[in-house]
Design a protein around this ligand. Sequence first.
Ligand SMILES: Cc1cc2nc3c(=O)[nH]c(=O)nc-3n(C[C@H](O)[C@H](O)[C@H](O)COP(=O)(O)OP(=O)(O)OC[C@H]3O[C@@H](n4cnc5c(N)ncnc54)[C@H](O)[C@@H]3O)c2cc1C
Length: 386
Amino acid sequence: MIDFELSPEALKAQERVRTICENVFRKISRKYDENEHSEMPELHELAEELKGEGGLRGGMNRDFLTNVIVTEELSWGDLGLTLAWPEGGLGNAAINAVATPEQKARFGKATASMAITEPGCGSDTSNITTTAKLDPETNEWIINGEKIFITGGKTYDNVVVWATLDRSLGRAAIKSFVVEKGAPGRELVKLEHKLGIRSSDTVAMVFNDCRIPYENILGSPEIKTRGGFKGAMATFDATRPGVAAMGIGVARAALDFTKETLEKEGITIPYDKGMHDLSAVQKAVLDMEAELEAARLLTWRAATMLNKGVRNSLEASMGKAKAGRMATLVTQRCVEILGPCGYSRDWLVEKWMRDCKITDIFEGTGQIQMLIIARQILGYTRAELK
Ligand SMILES: Cc1cc2nc3c(=O)[nH]c(=O)nc-3n(C[C@H](O)[C@H](O)[C@H](O)COP(=O)(O)OP(=O)(O)OC[C@H]3O[C@@H](n4cnc5c(N)ncnc54)[C@H](O)[C@@H]3O)c2cc1C
């Protein structure tokens, strides 16, 4: 049986992050939404201050459920700032999930972004064209290709790049490589302007004969024609619960604000009445709370399975599919219910509606999660259901 009782460490971290969000994140939330791509000294000062406590994310050793809880809390504060947080990004989660102890020791302290998407390849990662070739003389990998939409590619040091060792061998030949800051041939070529999460940078990079040490490959260089891609995909099992938690955090922010605003107008939410005694707005809020809780439970289940070392691909996709869709719908409904307060830039609800959409897009869109879930439940292969 899965037990969701939170550890004292998780509860303490949750409370600590909540206070920080109220005192710092919420206060600078609008400023850095309006001033996209500007430096954020408050964030760096806070990160420096928290170093003594092991940082907000508690380094690489915290359990997955606590990470998910902390991520929900941070995202309740501000998702853009969460994604820009100076302790690292999705690349760190990938390194944490699949790196050897030696690699964890080498890369563990550096921040890392994740580069999978290319101009001609998004959802279907088997179309990756970026190549990695081994130079037998120097024992270095030579990376060539273009990656787009890299979250934190400007802020973070290293970037985990997905590249193919041999395009003719399809998905099995796709491996991930850590390309360190300053690697020759690595170049940032574009900063995106975005709908939401505007305080977090999103960049395009090119790799032009970019040379990295042999030891920077994550996992084995061996190309296994059966199941070879599973290692690379396993990083998603670790990162998708985190992305789901982001959506849950933003949805909760919108719902909390909506309930507080309604309460000021004398509309409270009763938990002990039948449907026929509820107003339309009360029912809408109760429905949204139920949806949010369902997404959270699915996400916590996926994280708890990771803690136990149990394969959670199906559950991670379920949590992400549910949370991304729930957050999109809940934030839109909150904007709707609040009318002008929802639409005005005087409040943050319109921003939360823009910010949360990304949780239904990156790390695999909602539609792709549904495909993964359907394949696993119905027993279809990728070729049979695409
Ligand atoms: C702000 C932002 C940050 C990002 N950060 C990162 C990052 O850090 N690293 C990274 O590598 N990428 C990142 N991405 C890219 C993101 O992961 C991709 O946009 C996403 O995977 C979808 O790929 P695509 O845009 O090429 O869409 P496509 O794959 O072209 O899909 C377009 C639409 O078709 C749907 N679709 C595609 N195939 C199917 C199918 N078989 N069945 C049903 N529907 C389907 C999709 O769900 C989507 O709605 C980011 C994107 C954004 C916007």
